[in-house]
Write a protein that binds this ligand. Structure first.
Ligand SMILES: Nc1ncnc2c1ncn2[C@@H]1O[C@H](COP(=O)(O)OP(=O)(O)OP(=O)(O)O)[C@@H](O)[C@H]1O
Ligand SMILES: [Mg+2]
Length: 282
């Protein structure tokens, strides 16, 4: 697909996603080794955005499995379409079970959920398994077969193998340890907060009309805010929101009372607002 990590970097940039060297290299290796990427890091640093950018730059469809506590096989992999099966049974009334069974456990009675859908898709897709740390450890097992051999086994039907290898991105906020089994199947990618210079570039890519000097100051202030002991450091998405807010209010510098009063766009805890006010005197 790509011949070097530089090509990956350029393609990502074309979608407005600015990759560090380690991001570009991991994507390149993932495509070469046909392995899933496990992107981990704090909130709002571009983990989910990476999968969206991959879909955009390859022109592939994005299939997303949003993880949550209690996610089960029926929502992640597949379930049988009981209503359709019942209708079929009514048609088959009077027939032997052996015959009926073959009729109702065919692919047409299967409701494919994201994992199976990504395997069955005739065109290659990007599969995003978002916030995988939210599912219980036991549920991770559902992912393993898909992640290491791009296949799904359905007891009544047999094994369905991918027609084309999906590009797979899993994201995690590291709210709990993931299993060794899951980690072993993936290329691990740690994404951290960007440097001020990189964050300025991200702002330039994401916030049209942002004056150069304002962008640089925003990135510098956000970097110093992240150095403070906060309950929740501002994420890149919050930096973007802050830049948009300053523009919307017609402000062109980050100092002064007006800008200080917009800190609630960056910070989401009362204590953090107090800390920043005390330490930075904006
Ligand atoms: N490297 C980057 N290049 C361009 N935009 C970025 C980059 N990193 C983050 N962003 C921007 O920040 C926003 C937030 O990123 P994203 O939603 O991917 O965060 P996340 O890491 O998935 O966070 P969470 O853990 O809260 O889901 C994106 O919409 C994107 O616009
Ligand atoms: Mg996300």
């Amino acid at each position: 697909m790509w011949n070097s990590e530089r090509e990956v970097e350029a393609a990502l940039k074309g979608t407005g996603y600015l990759a560090t060297r380690s991001i570009a290299q991991t994507v390149f290796l993932a495509s070469r080794l046909q392995k899933p990427i496990l992107a981990e890091g704090p909130a709002g640093v571009g983990k989910t955005a990476l999968a969206l950018a991959l879909a955009e730059m390859t022109g592939r469809r994005l299939i997303r499995l949003q993880c949550y506590e209690g996610l089960d096989e029926a929502r992640a992999l597949y379930e049988w379409d009981y209503h359709k099966q019942l209708l079929r049974l009514q048609f088959d009334e009077g027939k032997q079970w052996g015959e009926v069974e073959g009729n109702i456990f065919g692919e047409e009675f299967l409701l494919a959920r994201p994992l199976l859908e990504s395997i069955r898709s005739p065109e290659p897709v990007v599969l995003l398994v978002d916030e995988v740390d939210r599912i219980e450890m036991e549920t991770e097992a559902l992912l393993l077969e898909v992640l290491d051999s791009f296949q799904v086994t359905i007891p009544e039907l047999g094994t369905i193998t991918a027609q084309s290898t999906p590009l797979v991105v899993l994201t995690s906020n590291n709210t709990r340890e993931l299993s060794e089994a899951l980690k072993r199947r993936c290329l691990y990618l740690h994404i951290d907060y960007p440097t001020p210079q990189r964050e300025h570039e991200i702002l330039a890519a994401r916030v049209p009309g942002l004056p150069e000097q304002l962008g640089a100051s925003i990135a510098a202030v956000v970097a110093s805010i992240r150095d403070l002991p906060l309950r929740k450091a501002p994420s890149v998405s919050e930096t973007i929101d802050w830049a948009r807010s300053l523009i919307a209010l017609g402000l062109d510098e980050v100092g002064g009372d007006d800008a200080g009063s917009t800190m609630n766009v960056l910070l989401k805890y009362r204590e953090d607002l107090d800390t920043v006010e005390r330490e930075l005197k904006l």
